[in-house]
Write a protein that binds this ligand. Structure first.
Ligand SMILES: Nc1ncnc2c1ncn2[C@@H]1O[C@H](COP(=O)(O)OP(=O)(O)O)[C@@H](O)[C@H]1O
Ligand SMILES: [Mg+2]
Length: 325
């Protein structure tokens, strides 16, 4: 097997809790807690989990927007913890990001052309070349060149997200991290943006990590699904399996919480999850999903569940996995 495009081993990001000015505390927010996960080249991995489960923090670690506090991540052969300036420069070109709210990422006083050109100029691409590339990427996101002179307030949410995608493509990345790329858009526009992202992925053989709340979408577009709960990876495997026959009770809870779109599935029994994940600070031993899990036993309360390999490429951190043959 080839080397993965992204390889995370025990990646950890703990935040110190501030107790106000000049007061220190030993408490930590375990936003990302020992995540081990690989993403192959050209693969679409959907990352799901309730709000606060650490998805954005994990994305920020991979983008080197924040330093991990433990573990190791190797991206296209570059080890984040040991990278030289040169390595990092290479990586910044290779890994791009699209966030949820395009408006907040674009300077209101900058034209679209200059916004798209900025990352290229920063990376030393000559202005004339950058101008040319700005036109090329705008066409790739199916937008008219007349928008190059527009300012953010003149465009709709969908158009702004296309600009954000164009800018992400400007340095010809290999990897794109998409953090809720359609959550802030109107429903009718969401599908257009998703289809655009899928077309680009296929055309350029990009590797995607896509974070979204929309479980119906994630099932449909991803090759694999990774499920996070309170900073940990609880299930990872082929989208078809994790999406339809999940093994972790939490994944099942998430999937059951998604609206049923297929009329044939109406009337199917659903288990609606109760409660919320609680705090990341005062974590006790044992499975973090214990209090909300209808399958939990005493064993789950006492010890941390280990990762079980259910099938090649399908792992679950649960003592009582579901749907196993
Ligand atoms: N800079 C920070 N300082 C302290 N805590 C943070 C910081 N960033 C995120 N967190 C905490 O980390 C946890 C995970 O957040 P986040 O990664 O944004 O989750 P998600 O994207 O899954 O909603 C949350 O409890 C959040 O409050
Ligand atoms: Mg987030």
């Amino acid at each position: 097997m080839s080397t993965p495009m992204i390889e995370m081993r025990d990646v950890q990001k703990y935040f110190k809790v501030s107790k106000g000015l000049f007061k220190t505390s030993n408490e930590q927010v375990k936003a990302v807690d020992h995540i081990t996960l690989s993403v192959e080249e050209g693969e679409i991995v959907g990352l799901v989990g309730e709000s606060g489960s650490g998805k954005t923090t994990l994305a920020r670690v991979l983008l080197s927007l924040t330093k991990m506090t433990g573990g190791e991540a190797v991206i296209d052969g570059v080890n984040l913890g040991k990278a030289t300036h040169r390595d990092m420069d290479k990586l910044h070109r290779e890994i791009a990001v699209v966030f949820q709210d395009p408006a907040s990422n674009l300077n209101p006083r900058e034209t679209m052309e200059s916004s798209i050109m900025r990352p290229m100029v920063i990376h030393g691409v000559p202005r004339s070349k950058a101008k040319e590339k700005a036109r090329e990427v705008l066409q790739m996101v199916k937008m008219d060149l007349k928008y190059l002179d527009s300012f953010p307030h003149q465009l709709s949410g969908g158009q702004l997200q296309r600009i954000a995608i164009a800018r992400a493509l400007a340095l010809s990345p290999k990897i794109m991290i998409l953090d809720e790329p359609t959550s802030a858009l109107d429903v009718s526009v969401q599908a257009q943006i998703l289809n655009l992202l899928l077309d680009l992925q296929e055309e350029m053989h990009l590797t995607y990590i896509i974070i979204t709340h929309d479980l119906n979408v994630i099932k449909y577009i991803s090759d694999k699904i990774a499920v996070m709960y309170l900073g940990q990876l609880v299930e990872f495997g082929p989208a078809e399996v994790v999406g339809n026959r999940p093994s972790h009770p939490y994944t099942k809870g998430l999937m059951d919480a998604a609206p049923i779109l297929d009329p044939r599935d109406r009337g199917k029994e659903k288990e609606i999850m109760k409660g919320d994940p609680g705090s990341l600070i005062d974590l006790k031993a044992g499975c973090r999903f214990y209090a909300r899990c209808r399958y939990a036993t005493d064993e789950c309360k006492e010890k941390d569940p280990e990762n079980v390999i259910l099938a090649p490429g399908h792992q679950v951190a649960c003592v009582h996995p579901l749907n196993i043959e």
